[in-house]
Design a protein around this ligand. Structure first.
Ligand code: PEP
Length: 249
């Protein structure tokens, strides 16, 4: 882990029922979590209120997405104002499933980030390359282009956590090695230093996501530029998620 406060987010994706979420919240409420870690969970929109009303305040709540601007006539969307209203502190933006399944583009994601920040939300800003991009030696180019879209849109990096999530590692059980993750995290920090500022580079947390679980988190957490994790599948199991939170070194 680096010098910033360790940050672990649980992305529940499109999973859960009222009953399964009641159980998960109870497990999280009874887990013992290291004090010096920011812990966040991202339930599906429709369960945010249930989670907000039952989960310990120790854990903050994130949405998994939001609309690009002010709410209004946008059927099926949820606005940043509404997320604030319901008690969310964070929103995940640019997740690979939204980029590659839904088709969201870099500049649209950048605009979402800027609007969410303007509403007082923190942004978990995801980036990451596809397998074919990695194999073609384009990992850094892809990540830098995605970073640039955020940098071009946002006025400040104070409330942004960057999540590096190689697409080939998400939901596949194929975790990046600590070296592979560290190499990209250093490159991202270097990009921020040159293109935003050395101060932003040193204080922005860069977390890793992609098949993190209770068994591989400790090795990843030893790396100097890995400031935490964004966890999908393993965040649906309270005790395992707690193990990942407590992997802070
Ligand atoms: C994610 O969805 O952000 C993620 C990293 O998923 P998983 O941990 O299941 O690979």
């Amino acid at each position: 882990a680096g010098t910033g406060k360790f940050f672990v987010g649980g992305n529940w994706k499109c999973n859960g029922t009222k009953d399964s979420i009641t159980k998960l919240v109870a497990d999280l409420n009874s887990a013992s979590l290291e004090a010096d870690v920011d812990v966040v969970v991202a339930p599906p929109f429709i369960y945010i209120d249930q989670v907000k009303n039952s989960l310990t305040d120790r854990i903050e709540i994130s949405a998994q997405n939001c609309w690009v601007g002010k709410g209004g006539a946008f059927t099926g969307e949820i606005s940043g104002e509404q997320l604030k209203d319901i008690g969310c502190k964070w929103v995940v933006l640019g997740h690979s499933e939204r980029r590659h399944v839904i088709g969201e583009k870099d500049d649209f994601i950048g605009k979402k980030a800027a609007y969410a920040l303007s509403q007082g939300l923190g942004v978990i800003a995801c980036i990451g390359e596809l397998l074919e991009e990695r194999e073609a030696g384009k990992t850094f180019d892809v990540c830098f282009q995605q970073l640039k879209a955020y940098a071009d849109a946002v006025p400040s990096w104070d409330d942004i956590v960057i999540a590096y999530e190689p697409v080939w590692a998400i939901g596949t059980g194929k975790v990046a090695t600590p070296q592979q993750a560290q190499e990209v995290h250093v490159a991202v920090r270097d990009w921020l230093s040159k293109n935003v500022s050395p101060e932003v580079a040193s204080k922005t947390r860069i977390i890793y996501g992609g098949s993190v679980n209770g068994s591989n988190c400790a090795d990843l957490a030893t790396k100097e530029d890995i400031d935490g994790f964004l966890v999908g599948g393993a965040s649906l199991k309270g005790p395992e998620f707690a193990t990942i939170v407590n992997s802070v070194t």
